[in-house]
Write a protein that binds this ligand. Sequence first.
Ligand SMILES: [Fe+2]
Length: 275
Amino acid sequence: MPIGATLHHLHLSSPQPAQLAQFYARAFGFEAQLHGAEWVCRTAGRRIVFSPGPAHQIRHIAFAFPNAAALAAYAARVGSGEAAPASALIGAAAMSFVDPDGNRVVFIAADSDTGATAAHPALPQAVSQHLALRTTQPDALFAFYQDKLAFALSDRVLDDQDTLRACFLRTDEMHHALALFRSPETRFDHQSFETTGWQAMRDWADHMGREYVPIVWGIGRHGPGNDTFFMVQDPDGNLGEISCDLEVCAAGRVAGVWPHAQHTLNLWGNAIMRS
Ligand SMILES: [Fe+2]
């Protein structure tokens, strides 16, 4: 049974955090504010934090439970981890774990988040929904997230030698909150903002066009998750995704296996292959 948390925010490091904050404000409609050394970008249902450091690296990934009681129940299930880092969007009730690649995963109670902002007046609703990581050791990361943190496996991508090339894990009924891709690099790959449907996808694409932010992949449809998507690229080269219609998994859904091929990652055409 999925743990019942949802992606709350990412904190990424960047050699140019102000430029990233500016880009996400322009492309994705965030309000960006500087808090100490952190650029906090927020709008209704979505948040990202940037602070100085190397490109493409995770400072932390934050998942939120609906309330402190649900967070405590999860702690009873998986252990109470370590203290969470001090950061603008993390309240007192929080705990964290570090995955085998050194990415810190923080769990918080959503009701401790008191700084909600209004929705962008001209853009369709879209919520922080999933992220993807590139890793040289997907088996170790998969084991950590499934066995230690109790994320549920939705689908795996295996090559002809049965080597794990990618996997998709969920924390609630949505097909994946976390995707892991085998790659020669250990780095952040992308985050996705899930919008409400095809009309909204079109409106987001029109918005990107008006802002001269080119679509670098898509529009397409992923095999695992069956979501329609397009991706743009931020000034550091991180991908940002707008998606819709991600599969809602029924209880007891059997994990699937997909071949390692472009068609798996985009049923409508070419794919960005991470290895
Ligand atoms: Fe995605």
